[in-house]
Design a protein around this ligand. Sequence first.
Ligand SMILES: Nc1ncnc2c1ncn2[C@@H]1O[C@H](COP(=O)(O)OP(=O)(O)OP(=O)(O)O)[C@@H](O)[C@H]1O
Ligand SMILES: [Mg+2]
Length: 306
Amino acid sequence: MASSRARPMLSERGAAGSGPAVEAPPPGAPRCSPAAAAALPPLGPPPLAVRELQVAFAGRPVLEGLTLALPAGRVSAIVGPSGAGKTTLLSCFNRLTELLPDCQVRGSVRVGEQEVLQPRCDVVALRRRVGMIFQRPNPFPFSIRKNLVLPLREHGVRGREELQARVERALRAVGLWEEVRERLEAPASTLSGGQQQRLCIARAIALEPQVLLFDEPTAALDPLAAGVIEDLIAGMRGRYTIAVVTHDLGQARRLADHLAVLWPERGIGRLVEAGPAARVFDRPRHPVAAAYLAGRRWDGGATGGG
Ligand SMILES: Nc1ncnc2c1ncn2[C@@H]1O[C@H](COP(=O)(O)OP(=O)(O)OP(=O)(O)O)[C@@H](O)[C@H]1O
Ligand SMILES: [Mg+2]
């Protein structure tokens, strides 16, 4: 993985046959010389940002006026009560929202320089660049190997040796290789819940993404398996830009460099506070965030959002 960070990824060059994800310079524009290009710093993971984000289902808004930046290469935790729009927010970053019936998204959603909501955004390349891991491990109903080979093939990776190398590398990255190397052809459903979740993480990172979105990744796991996933996420810091939605405030405190607190008011989720995790946890500025992070019920009325 580490070596691949230094060269542009397929998603930045544009997936085969799907057009460039980054606009080509206009004709006549000065071109970067090879020497100047070589002097450029290696591409790191991108920051994420939304501006004035509004999401509605069948005209009913569920997120409004959301402006938030998640720093590059860091772990950001997104917390808040059920229905605050955390999953919906994550889904905007790789346009999974467009798979939901009657979902309208407005505003700006950026992954680095890429404006995700533009119609010309290459969604296949975007989803390769921005992987998502869900609360319930959702391996495909195939073998362990096929769970990794299938998406790799779909994204144009060819050749037995290359596929094998990518499978092994991804399984090693999640600490699963030694546990499954003798049974790669066994159904993924024969793995434990924690192993299945690590397989799902391997499936995402096999595509060499830059961003990983975790939606309550340990909620369905026992504390030991949850700890393994948590350590894994902590170890990914710096290589990926990571957003973790969690209801476990202890986990958010352990993992997060950056913290965002969402709050639903009359069914509409808004951001009430965001900033460096240590500051927000220890000195929250908004009373709703302060109550939520202290585990107190909020019954003080409107949040003042919007
Ligand atoms: N497919 C959908 N169709 C209609 N409404 C939806 C859909 N998905 C989510 N919503 C609504 O959007 C709002 C935000 O939901 P979301 O799942 O993003 O909340 P959440 O913060 O992730 O909650 P939880 O902590 O329970 O997972 C809720 O009011 C929910 O009912
Ligand atoms: Mg959710």
